[in-house]
Write a protein that binds this ligand. Structure first.
Ligand code: ADP
Length: 719
């Protein structure tokens, strides 16, 4: 059976081997067991139910709350030749009826359904008329109130499934579940003796960082500017923050989109599409953005503020690098942000029990933000996994800074808080330490405290952060409620009595760019393939990644397959894609031949191309004429470049002239035949450079317009 699954993996998806856990999960399902599988984001859950669905007779249902993910998966399945459809609220009544009709005829191997769309009668009619061998439940943690994204509609599933005449197999999938949540999922979905698979939570392609003590604005600006050609998400906690960050990025010339609950559906859908299609690279969003984002080539996720819990953080951060390539997750941390999260929890819905759970989760998140342990280890530990080695690339692992002794500042702060007798909040304590002339402060006579003005050399905000840090370290505590007051804990005493030192590490370093920034692995062939993909995807109305991932194009550029069979050996090319696009891919490879050989480093690029190109930008951001220039510098003729890039020869020639006009060096001898150069100049001299036609007519036929244009440009004869 597993051999059949392996063949399907190769034939349909073009992958050679299963990833960790996939094989066991698929075998389990195929041998008739209910399943609970916990795989990290990007671990490859979909294949675990798609392959059994293809192999089992009948139509398998996939329950998923993620509308745009459903659409992507169905599109992707159809592309590889598997019949699939979805039912959710994005369909018109007509489309809905049509798909339901098709479904009842058994036309689909997979039918994706949003839980909100399911009701008892619908379930019944589907189950009476269809052979349903398997129900796969994606994002299964939504059934648990302990999870971070509880959805009441998930609660009904077990009842309906239980009432089906022939109860199908049930396979539940999630990426983020603590032991508690996993147990809850199995119970709530009434799984029968499920095989439970936990393949581990670690995401080896992610570099996690916590950055603290920086000016967030300038950090973000620099960070995004350095990654202009990469897709990234910036998460902020509130709509207002999203607006601010968005403004800031746009003002500094970084094209960004914004996404939050206060925008209209149309605005949100529009921005989301632009992001998916790589038309905008940075998306600034609240957590409203994400359920449903399945963009595989997100290279970084930056959190402007901490989230309320580790599950949310890891799920949001985990949207980076779903394609398995190196990606970064950066958390900008200011202790005061904890207040924002507390506020959100206290204002939120939910009873006091739920709020208490949320507050304790918030504390763990706070611990993550300041831990000196390997961040990847910290997270997997949180999900109950042990024995994972330190990742060696998170900000903790890379932190070589010596801790700083901050006992004196701690004593000042603690004694000040002690003197304020638990009647004021952090802001007021900071004002006292600053020596502020705040009206309320003076009214309360706080300027008479001996600690008044003790830290006047520091900005008030920094003092407040310092107090929050002491809270997070457990020396101070905040009361519950909307206006929390700050007071000492028992841990403060040894510090005040000089028996304990307080050491603090300040981490600001994030590696400047992802270690293997594969997007800069440029070669003319890779660029040509990307350009082709972009145009093709636009013509088909799908995002570029739907055709091929960068990794697949890169492998093509490296391996340069010459036949259809060799093409099938490339990871990510299955039979359907080879059939559809193989001819075009081979044509591009052939037309660029060995000149397309990959160039891996910037230094390498500079060696290969003339030194006049400063630093060839790569990625889709590079102006098209400079890509043409690179081809030309690499020895290709305009005609070949035109073919490879799917553009007209005239356009390509225009690109080269434009490059020269911008000061890039061109090898004119390849454009202007030496034997005619003098005659062309004479003709221009006589006839002027305003119109090319009379010049062309005055010269032998074999002198091309491009040569004339070349002479005008080379000698600056225009106008
Ligand atoms: P998840 O739902 O677990 O986040 P997906 O099912 O979206 O992950 O898979 C993530 C990516 O990994 C997809 O692009 C998928 O095609 C790819 N993938 C899955 N299984 C394999 C495999 N065995 N070999 C190579 N790539 C795989």
């Amino acid at each position: 059976m597993i051999e059949q699954a392996r063949q399907t993996l190769k034939r349909v998806y073009g992958y050679d081997s299963f990833r960790k856990g996939q094989e066991d999960i698929i075998s389990g399902i195929m041998s008739g067991s209910d399943t609970l599988a916990i795989l990290p984001t990007g671990g490859g859950k979909s294949i675990c139910y798609q392959i059994p669905a293809m192999l089992l007779p009948g139509t398998s249902l996939v329950i998923s709350p993620l509308i745009s993910l459903m659409k992507d998966q169905v599109d992707a399945l159809r592309r590889v030749g598997v019949s699939a459809a979805f039912l959710n609220s994005s369909l018109s009544a007509g489309e809905y009826r049509e798909i339901m009709h098709g479904a009842l005829q058994g036309e689909y191997k997979l039918l994706y359904v949003a839980p909100e769309r399911l009701d008892a009668p619908m379930f019944q009619s589907l189950s009476e008329r269809l052979a349903i061998p398997l129900i796969a439940i994606d994002e299964a943690h939504c059934v648990s109130q302990w999870g971070h994204d509880f959805r009441p509609s998930y609660r009904q599933l077990a009842g309906w499934i239980g009432r089906m005449a022939n109860r199908p197999l049930v396979a539940a999938f999630t990426a983020t579940a603590t032991n508690e949540v996993a147990k809850d999922i199995a119970e709530m979905l009434k799984l029968r003796n499920p095989n439970v698979f936990v393949t581990g939570f670690a995401r080896p392609n992610l570099s996690l960082s916590v950055v603290t003590g920086v000016d967030k604005k300038s950090f973000l600006e620099r960070y995004a500017a350095e990654r202009k050609e990469q897709s990234g998400i910036v998460y902020a906690a509130t709509r207002k923050e999203v607006e601010n960050v968005y403004e800031q990025l746009t003002r500094s010339g970084i094209p960004a989109g914004k996404y939050h609950g206060g925008l209209s559906d149309a605005e949100r859908a529009d921005t989301q599409e632009k992001f998916r299609f790589d038309d905008i690279r940075v998306m600034v969003a609240t957590n409203a953005f994400g359920m449903g984002i399945d963009k595989p080539n997100v290279r970084y996720v930056l959190h402007w503020q901490m989230t309320g819990d580790i599950e949310s953080y890891y799920q949001e951060a985990g949207r980076a690098g779903r394609d398995g390539e190196e990606s970064e997750c950066v958390l900008l941390f200011e202790p005061a942000d904890m207040q924002v999260q507390r506020f959100l929890i206290e204002q939120g819905s939910g009873d006091s029990d739920r709020k208490a759970i949320q507050l304790s989760k918030l504390h763990l998140m706070m611990n993550y933000s300041r831990t000196q342990r390997c961040l990847q280890q910290f997270i997997v530990d949180y999900f109950g996994e042990t024995g994972v080695e330190a990742c060696g690339k998170c900000s903790s692992c890379l932190d070589k800074s010596e801790p700083v002794n901050r006992t004196e500042e701690a004593k000042m702060a603690l004694s000040c808080v002690g003197r304020m007798k638990g009647r004021f909040g952090v802001t007021m304590a900071a004002k006292v330490l600053k020596g502020s002339r705040d009206k309320r402060l003076l009214e309360f006579g706080l300027d008479r405290l001996s600690t008044y003005g003790l830290m006047r050399h520091l900005p008030e905000k920094e003092i407040a952060d310092w107090l929050y840090w002491l809270v997070s370290e457990g020396y101070l505590k905040l009361s519950e409620g909307q206006y929390p007051v700050v007071s000492l804990t028992a841990n403060a005493l040894p510090v005040l009595e000089g028996r304990e030192m307080i050491m603090q590490r300040v981490r600001t370093s994030v590696r400047q760019s992802v270690g293997t920034d594969m997007s800069s692995a440029a070669s003319p062939l890779f660029e040509a393939l990307k350009q082709w993909r972009k145009e093709k995807a636009a013509a088909e109305g799908v995002p570029p990644f739907m055709l091929f991932f960068d990794a697949t194009l890169r492998e093509i550029a490296n391996a340069q397959p010459q036949t259809g069979e060799q093409l099938l050996g490339i990871k990510g090319i299955g039979a359907a894609k080879a059939d559809k696009y193989g001819g075009q891919l081979l044509e591009i490879i052939r037309s660029l031949g060995s000149q397309g050989a990959p160039v891996r480093t910037d230094a390498g690029i500079q060696q290969q191309f003339s030194g006049t190109i400063k630093r060839p930008q790569t990625g889709d951001e590079q102006p098209s004429h400079l890509t043409t220039l690179e081809f030309f510098q690499a020895g290709r003729e305009p005609e070949e470049i035109a073919k490879a890039r799917g553009m007209s020869k005239v356009t390509i020639e225009g690109h080269l002239i434009r490059s020269a006009e911008e000061g890039h060096e061109l090898d004119w001898s390849r454009i202007i035949p030496a034997e005619y150069e003098q005659r062309i100049m004479e003709a221009i001299d006589k006839l002027g450079a305003d119109k090319l036609r009379p010049i062309k007519d005055a010269l032998p036929d074999e002198v091309a317009y491009f040569a004339i244009h070349g002479v005008i440009c080379k000698y600056g004869l225009k106008g």
